[in-house]
Ligand binder design. Structure first.
Ligand SMILES: [Zn+2]
Ligand SMILES: [Zn+2]
Length: 82
């Protein structure tokens, strides 16, 4: 489980695949995944996953972030709710 585009220290966002700048970014070290803060939202329902105020449990599937709801929907039905 490693981001194949992590070359020469340049980290790219796993969602939009653009290089992460010096701005804020979400990093899941355990999975070597990086996201722009703005990109760190559920692929299914576009709910933002960053920050403590959201209280959303983040799940990762195919290197993409999902909220818990969409993750299980995808896992058990093979389709996203939307
Ligand atoms: Zn991005
Ligand atoms: Zn979702």
């Amino acid at each position: 489980m490693c981001c194949p585009r992590m070359v020469s220290g340049r980290r790219t966002c796993c969602v939009c695949e653009r290089v992460l700048g010096s701005g804020a970014a979400m990093v899941i070290e355990a999975l070597s995944l990086c996201f722009h803060l703005a990109c760190f939202q559920c692929v299914g329902c576009r709910r933002h996953l960053g920050g403590t105020e959201s209280g959303v449990q983040v799940r990762v599937r195919n290197r993409k972030p999902y909220c818990e709801l969409c993750y299980f929907q995808l896992k058990y039905t093979g389709a996203l709710p939307m």
